[in-house]
Design a protein around this ligand. Sequence first.
Ligand code: NAD
Length: 356
Amino acid sequence: MFYDRLRVAMIGTGRISDLHAIEYCQNPHAEIVALCDRDTESARSRASAWGVENARIVEDYRTILADPEIDLVEILLPHHLHCSVTLAAIEAGKVVSLQKPMCVDLAEADKVVEAAANARAPVKVFENFIFYPPVMKAKSLVDEGAIGTPLTIRIKSNPGRSQTAWNVPHAADAWRQERSQSGGGPLVFDDGHHKFALAWHFMGNPEEVHAFIGETQRQDGFCFDAPAMVSFRFPGNRMGNLEVVYSPELDIITRHYAQDDRVEITGTKGVMWINCGHGRLGDPPPLALYRDGELRTFHGMETGWEASFVHSTRHFIEALRSGTAPSLTAGEGRQVLRFALAAEESARTGKTVELR
Ligand SMILES: NC(=O)c1ccc[n+]([C@@H]2O[C@H](COP(=O)([O-])OP(=O)(O)OC[C@H]3O[C@@H](n4cnc5c(N)ncnc54)[C@H](O)[C@@H]3O)[C@@H](O)[C@H]2O)c1
């Protein structure tokens, strides 16, 4: 099927939907025609904020799925709803973009992978960090051999506080504190999906995962699964880790979540640093590369975190128009989910989880 102008419905118009709307509103090959949320006031106010006042406002997602005038559904719901809504959307023949993590466990993920394999329209798991411009530049440099063979990856998630962060409504926090709805902790599982996706993107599938996951309360009582230290081993004696630490008095520069993300990749002949993500500390170069005795810094690329959403969505629209694979495919989404779930399992059991 050739999509000249995709008719898009957002299912879930909560906190993150603002960043999903950007590219659909500016891309000539897409338009938002419906917004669905059980909180119709939220859907209505977003339609107005995005300049799509003529879009239909719908309370029940089944109304969206039954509408033949809708091509693509962007599923932005709490995690425990991902599987059932995605299966229904596939059954209805819609193109699906499903926010990460695709599901809360592998049994659900298997159902989605199977349904996607037999679907009439493409299915994508939405993972934006791999489309963050400094990450895309880093990946192309690594693929060109800039650091030689990558040997280790170190990823750091560092939430703090911020005067400039956006407002996260209580409702968006509430379901994240319920494991039956979130599937895991807010930093290691939910946000961690992005970090496991990065590790997977640069290093491939891990064969062993081990995690210590602690607990810290934010001032407002929200419980963080931090500090945490997750280690992973990849085939070929290559390794990595994810460190998550909440610094309550660390001021983060951001327009989104009060968090800084940093990545260091070490290869046989060079080292690369990606110095920002959700936010940043001061004004470091977004990307730096050391090799052959010289430090090279890279500037002039988009560093706003929203750019990762724009590029992820743009890639999907182009993939739909050219008939190429989305990124992530459902199978790839399952690989990242398996990685994230292994960390949760290791912390629970105190044992290394084998994924060979
Ligand atoms: N890619 C990223 O960086 C990123 C960042 C934040 C959130 N997310 C993901 O986006 C998704 C949504 O997260 P959020 O932070 O926007 O959450 P949120 O709680 O702000 O939004 C969820 C919305 O779903 C609506 N909803 C709940 N049940 C519903 C139902 N049965 N029918 C219709 N609407 C329903 C709620 O009213 C709410 O508006 C999650 O998968 C989350 O992991 C991704």
